[in-house]
Design a protein around this ligand. Sequence first.
Ligand code: SF4
Length: 494
Amino acid sequence: MPDGRHSDGPTEKCGVVGVSLDGRDAARPLYYALYALQHRGQESAGIVTHDGFQQHSHVEMGLVGDAFSADDLDGLKGPTGVGHVRYPTAGSVTSSCAQPFSVSFKSGSLGLSHNGNLVNADELREELAADGHAFTSDGDTEVIAHDLARNLLEADLIRAVKRTMNRIHGSYSLTITHDDTVLGVRDPLGNRPLCIGKLDDGYILASESAAIDVLNGELVRDVRPGELIVLEDEGAGFDSYQLVEHENSAHCFFEHVYFARPDSRIDEQLVYDVRRELGRKLWSESGVESDVVLPVPDSGRAFASGYVEAAQADGAEVAFAEGLMKNRYVGRTFIMPTQDARERAVRLKLNPIKDVIEGKTVTVIDDSIVRGTTSTQLIDLLREVGAKSVHMRIGSPAIIAPCYMGIDMASRKELIAAGRDTDEICEAIGADSLAYLSIDAVAEALKSSQSDLCLGCVTGKYPYDIEGESTDRDVISPEITEGANDPEIADSDD
Ligand code: SF4
């Protein structure tokens, strides 16, 4: 994969961005911001802008650098716009599902970028189709666009968004253009990240703060769960509307463990710091003395440095070593459909350095195990080059259940930890020992209570109402009633 993650890990979802600027076109800042979010989606990239009179759109399959020419960017006029990088989580892998989704309704033009997954999209689609809405894709973003467009016929922008939020159920961080107004919305449980940044000449909304950094901007804060942010014209500021409030959040802990860039700040925490802390906790829970500690590049690196730091502080004789080299030019492996293709891809991607490993006891640190393909292959490779023993330490709890919130975790039957205990998994991957991090340790490292986290993939209990699955809370059901519950909306300007 372009960001160098290994083959059978969970797959990122999407990245969203939106800007309102004073007097210059939004296209190039959006383009650079999308570059910074490339790790969140490599299937397609797109930008929608508005010049005050009309909407402009350019959406292509492929990476950001391939999707736009200089002419394409020159044609995207206007100081406001939204952008998107996509890995398909709902809808098929075709250009009709690429985003931002742009469309003109009687209520004006809309451009929508969505990160997340609605769990009631089919129900809403049927209802909207019965009401005469014609769909051009099978993605859930179009469902949100049609619902919002319908609400905009009867209500002002803020109330229309509120009505749509009351009807859609699932995870979503959205950046939206409504004509030349840019909005950002985070779902009521804050499952997916979204933050606000200040630029020299405007404001930006982005999935991760790394997209603000690349524009030399400053992170202002995270968008709160259930909050709508409206960027003011000419990048003058932003207005905040707390449209839905829940007692607890359900932040995806895997953003910190795996998806987000280590240099991003999410929900007030630097991802790199969290990963190092997870590594320290991994040592304190299940540290094992060995000659060398190897991170699985690149995602295991911060965990391994925290692990070794804590081990050395305890007086253990362990050394950090880069014993696994990654071939950065191997293509994405998650699109390889068969287990055999994935296995070969692991061997192409990771090469052990014999001199570092031969005759040594080795601890390998990785962020997670999904199917177990990478771990099994890796342990084989390490033994082939002479490792005396191989101990696996994993910086997250065992993944026992799929994700319905927009992450490709594989199906339950593909998950190596579904229905197996740790000893059985250890045997299956061929390690001398295996240990996962506890859920308590994850919550502590995130400085969060467990009730404010989504832990669905490691507990099998989800924060949303999902058919056939159990939930870990009193789920507030969406209101599939047109025009329901128009709010008294307080504008709390920041
Ligand atoms: S189920 Fe797992 S990957 Fe999916 S949102 Fe929850 S914590 Fe994140």
